[in-house]
Design a protein around this ligand. Structure first.
Ligand code: ADP
Length: 261
């Protein structure tokens, strides 16, 4: 465009006056456990006594409704606004509530931006201490839009210990730095695996890479979560591990991360 930007991201800020802090949960690539982390971090924050909203910005792969056991719930209108869906003490919004689970989302960028904006603006969020945003993977248009148009307090980056995942995580970190969003730290997911039968430990995706990367780049290392079947099944069943085993090691790890951010 004539302004030199000509980009969908050079628009007005999206104001969320009732929300005090907005924390993005990001990853360099898909499948590393970003949504799982966003969900358990949000629940960890509620365990600290905070009022927490969870916003699913992963428009092409919305997993929040299923992970929180509200996949079949439809949001209800309240005047001109829509009420967030609530469960487990969280106020949530996701494109997943608006479309069938097996419907392909075949939108181009501008439609995605429009949907994101509507989902943020037209929801009656009420007052919230924190909004956790489950970002899409990578460093594309949506991520830039969220960074530039929403007043993010900071971002946490989830990675597996693998070099390839860490490379992408570094790219994500560089993006946040470029747009002046503070990086609150790195989380290593699928950090190791303990055999449920014998307790033998295997570093399936290697180990310690995220801690090393955090040190290298001068950001906090927030914690590590193992590859554990209970983390997966909790997400699939809509009862995340932070709730199903609140005093277990994993829940405590997520709560420690919640305190650290
Ligand atoms: P992303 O948001 O990065 O695409 P998800 O959170 O959707 O990743 O996780 C991808 C899959 O891996 C899901 O089935 C999820 O339940 C599973 N998963 C995530 N973290 C773990 C973990 N620490 N242990 C076992 N399974 C996990």
């Amino acid at each position: 465009g004539a302004g030199g930007h000509g980009h969908a991201t050079s628009q007005a800020r999206i104001e969320l006056p009732g929300v005090r802090h907005i924390i993005a949960v990001a990853s360099g690539k898909g499948g590393v456990g970003k949504s799982t982390t966003a969900v358990n971090l949000a629940l960890g924050l509620t365990a600290l006594g905070l009022k927490v909203a969870l916003f699913d910005a992963d428009i092409y792969g919305p997993s929040i409704p299923r992970m929180l056991g509200v996949a079949s719930v439809k949001p209800v209108a309240n005047g001109k606004k829509v009420m967030p869906v609530t469960n487990h003490g969280l106020s949530m919004m996701s494109i997943g509530f608006m479309i069938a689970e097996d419907d392909p989302i075949i939108w181009r960028g501008p439609m995605v931006m429009g949907a994101l904006e509507q989902l943020l603006r037209d929801v009656d969020w009420g007052t919230q201490d924190v909004m956790v945003v489950d970002m899409p993977p990578g460093t594309g248009d949506t991520q830039l839009t969220m960074c530039q148009r929403v007043a993010l307090s900071g971002a946490v980056i989830v990675s597996t210990p693998q070099d390839i995942a860490l490379l992408d995580a570094k790219r994500g970190l560089a993006m946040f730095r470029r747009v002046d969003v503070p990086v609150l730290g790195l989380i290593e997911n699928m950090s190791y695996h303990l055999c449920t039968n014998c307790g033998h430990r295997e570093d399936v995706f290697s180990h310690g890479g995220a801690r090393r990367t955090a040190q290298e780049l001068g950001v906090p290392f927030l914690g590590e979560l193992p590859l554990d079947i209970r983390i997966r099944s909790g997400s699939d069943e809509g009862m995340p591990i932070t709730l199903s085993d609140p005093e277990g090691d994993h829940a405590l790890a997520y709560k420690a991360i919640a305190r650290a951010v």
